[in-house]
Design a protein around this ligand. Structure first.
Ligand SMILES: Nc1ncnc2c1ncn2[C@@H]1O[C@H](COP(=O)(O)OP(=O)(O)OP(=O)(O)O)[C@@H](O)[C@H]1O
Ligand SMILES: [Mg+2]
Length: 385
């Protein structure tokens, strides 16, 4: 606790999610202590109390947690044994190791959700090319999707395999690198959706409007709120999101990525047990941002209203195009028709394809709002004048 009685929340990981949690903490009086690997990480650049250390090191995590009222995370690549040690010593980790195990391991997640009767694509844990081939023939042929069980992000760790040769190559490389795999049905996707729930430790929940996530090459480019899908699809998505939050004993935000398939199924792709790219729209576009609701959930404070502030809210990611800074283009990007756009930069160096920030736009018309957000993002990243 701070001398004036406000809570100290420790965040493990110095990425943009931690940075945006810090922004949300300020008006609530929450003091943030950050465990970051480098002093120039996105969140470390804007935090007043930074501890340099590794999310893999038990010592670093245990020392970091001492004196925090609660510890939360900006990514799931963290040593779960250390989190158990922190809890055993009376510390508070939210979400806890039970919840994080879902996010950390796609095989565990698929197994548990399938056992609970939640809709997931058919899947199998595999190690050899023969097992991948057997799975493909069981499902009626190629292609199938193969994924690393752990450690993937932004589509790295996800491969579409369309032949026995492809399976051979992938299985050999995975064996060489010691990467455990799952394979699953290639879903014919109509739309990708996401549903975000904020949950308190006692079980109280709020849910955000279901959104569409527009993905290209495994990377989220835009998020459209509300999702332009029929009401029964929205209902199914909401029900899945709430069940996932309960089943995983989430605290703070849990995001469920979904596929709406050509065959009208709503299937779980994967979950994240923390704020998520699909919820960045909420910073400007909802009564309470996902980052504020994450912190409220972590501290077991009352959760905030999740309703939208406009009929259409759109987020466009800023994906690095070249090696130039975004700075010279900011003024031009802001020159958008009323009601304009809200850029959020992450303070990261520019690399092709890297998420450098995002732009939010609110409006009455989904098409115009999307155009405005996308245009500003294109100008800011140098893809348009
Ligand atoms: N079974 C599938 N069938 C068809 N497409 C898939 C399947 N699984 C994944 N994809 C595509 O690949 C993308 C990335 O997959 P996934 O979300 O599992 O990977 P990730 O690297 O963990 O992603 P993230 O960027 O969300 O961390 C999905 O958004 C989807 O477009
Ligand atoms: Mg994903």
């Amino acid at each position: 606790m701070t001398p004036d009685g406000f809570p100290v929340v420790g965040i493990v990981g110095g990425g943009q999610l931690a940075r945006m949690m810090i922004q949300a903490a300020i008006p609530l009086g929450i003091h943030i202590r950050l465990l970051s690997e480098r002093a120039d990480d996105s969140a470390a650049r804007v935090c007043t109390e930074v501890v340099i250390g590794s999310p893999d090191s038990i010592d670093d995590l245990v020392n970091f947690a001492a004196g925090c009222d609660a510890v939360t995370l900006d990514h799931e690549l963290v040593n779960l044994d250390a989190l158990e040690r922190i809890e055993a010593a009376g510390g508070v980790v939210r979400p806890g190791p039970f919840t994080l195990a879902f996010a950390k391991d796609k095989a565990h997640q698929r197994r548990e959700f399938a056992a609970a009767g939640l809709p997931v694509p058919e899947f199998a844990e595999v190690t050899t090319a023969e097992e991948i081939e057997a799975f493909a023939s069981r499902l009626g042929g190629w292609p199938v999707v193969v994924k690393a069980q752990r450690g993937g992000y932004d589509g790295r760790g996800v491969w579409v395999v369309d032949s026995p040769e492809g399976a051979d190559e992938l299985a050999a490389e995975a064996a060489e690198r010691g990467v455990a795999l799952i394979t699953e049905r290639f879903v014919r996707i109509k739309n990708e959706l996401a549903v975000l729930v904020a949950r308190r430790p006692g079980g109280q929940m709020v849910v955000y409007p279901v959104v569409e996530t527009v993905q290209r090459d495994g990377i989220c480019h835009e998020v459209l709120a509300p999702a332009p899908v029929p009401p029964d699809v929205v209902e199914r998505a909401l029900a899945i999101g709430l069940r996932v939050a309960d089943l995983t004993c989430a605290t703070g935000i849990v995001a469920t990525e979904l596929f709406w398939s050509e065959g009208d199924e709503v299937l779980i792709n994967e979950i994240a047990t923390r704020p998520h790219n699909s919820g960045h729209f909420s910073i400007d576009g909802a009564q309470t941002s996902q980052f504020a609701n994450h912190l409220r959930g972590v501290l077991d404070w009352p959760l905030g209203d999740t309703s939208l502030l406009a009929p259409a809210v759109v987020m466009a990611n800023l994906l690095g195009a070249d090696s130039e800074s975004l700075a010279p283009r900011m003024a031009a990007a802001l020159r958008q028709p009323a009601p304009g756009v809200h850029p959020h930069l992450y303070g990261k160096g520019v690399r092709p394809g890297r998420k450098l920030g995002h732009v939010n736009a609110l409006g009455d018309d989904p098409v115009e709002t999307r155009e405005r957000a996308v245009r500003a993002a294109a100008v800011l990243t140098g893809r348009a004048e």
